[in-house]
Ligand binder design. Structure first.
Ligand SMILES: C[S@@+](CC[C@H](N)C(=O)[O-])C[C@H]1O[C@@H](n2cnc3c(N)ncnc32)[C@H](O)[C@@H]1O
Length: 288
């Protein structure tokens, strides 16, 4: 486990993932009944973008750095408001170089009656995560394998909520593990909203992943993908995507408005592009 999210915090992939997460939480809050957020690969939750590690890569400059400087139409501003409000609220509290990870976005966007489970396997990061969030009685922090924890944590007793699966893809079989783990969780809790983050590095790999999901017999799978640059032979990150299973209604329309703006704002070369489409629609089509 070499991956440390601090080197990538606030980059273009975090912007997409965190903007979609914040939209989903916004919709979950429309109903008064409580919900639960389960973050299987939580990281440490809070980042210092001017610290030594984040400064080494400077990835955030082409992510949240660009977004905060950009002009935006009012429709985009409204759609990004829950995400950017979370960034600004943390900065007001911790200083202008702070950036919220998914646990902090969830913490800010949940209500007194909602609950959170944050799972992190790396012992040092799990310790930091606990230091950062133990003060909040609504959050439970687990130092565990995220996939094992997921199996044990669904369905939550609220029967409403969201699972974020955001692994580092260090393992060769991570796509496969993620799909199998998601399917097992879905079978136990088919009404939860699931956000699955994936990297875009290799066209064939991404295609295999999407086909596998589309053939799982699970309806209502939405994909939002943003590529900021051309695929390179060295396998660097060219973009990323978020799969949303059981998305809140209107999310597809919102992402169709948001992604063209993110595409324009975050693109790095002519290889950029975006997609919002249904991997599996409202009804599953039976295959021969
Ligand atoms: C991409 S980062 C998470 C970022 C975080 N979700 C966010 O958006 O702020 C992935 C995290 O997963 C952790 N990790 C790696 N393998 C894991 C596993 N099997 N179970 C739980 N956490 C794991 C890594 O230590 C890392 O902190």
């Amino acid at each position: 486990m070499n991956y440390r999210h601090i080197y990538h915090a606030g980059n273009f992939a975090d912007v997409l993932k965190h903007a979609v997460l914040a939209r989903c939480l916004t919709h979950l809050k429309v109903k008064e009944t409580p919900f639960r957020v389960i973050d299987t690969h939580a990281g440490v939750g809070l980042y210092d973008l001017r610290g030594e590690a984040a400064s080494k890569t400077g990835e955030w400059h082409d992510g949240i750095g660009r977004v905060l400087k950009a002009e935006m139409p009012s429709t985009t501003r409204d759609l990004l408001a829950p995400y950017l409000d979370a960034v600004k609220a943390l900065q007001a509290f911790k200083g202008r170089d702070a950036y919220p990870g998914s646990p902090e976005i969830a913490r800010q966007m949940t209500r007194a009656e909602d609950r959170m489970i944050f799972v992190e396997k790396h012992p040092q990061d799990a310790k930091k995560l606990a230091e950062n969030f133990n003060f909040d009685g609504r959050a439970k922090i687990l130092e565990l394998d995220g996939y094992t924890a997921l199996k044990a944590c669904v369905p939550p007793k609220e029967r409403r909520g969201l699972v974020l699966i955001d692994p580092p893809y260090e393992e060769r079989d991570e796509f496969e593990t993620l799909v199998q783990s998601f399917i097992a969780a879905y079978r136990k809790w088919p009404t939860g909203t699931y956000l699955l983050w994936y990297p875009v590095k290799n066209f064939e790999e991404t295609k295999r992943f999407l086909v596998e999901l589309s053939e799982a017999g699970i309806p209502k799978i939405l994909r939002a993908e943003l590529r900021v640059k051309s695929m390179s032979n060295t396998g660097g990150l060219a973009g990323s995507g978020v799969i949303v299973v059981n998305p809140p209604w209107r999310l597809a329309d919102e992402l169709n408005t948001l992604l063209p703006w993110l595409d324009l704002t975050l693109s790095q070369d002519s290889g950029h592009g975006w997609n919002v489409d249904w991997i599996a629609g409202e009804a599953v089509v039976e295959r021969d």
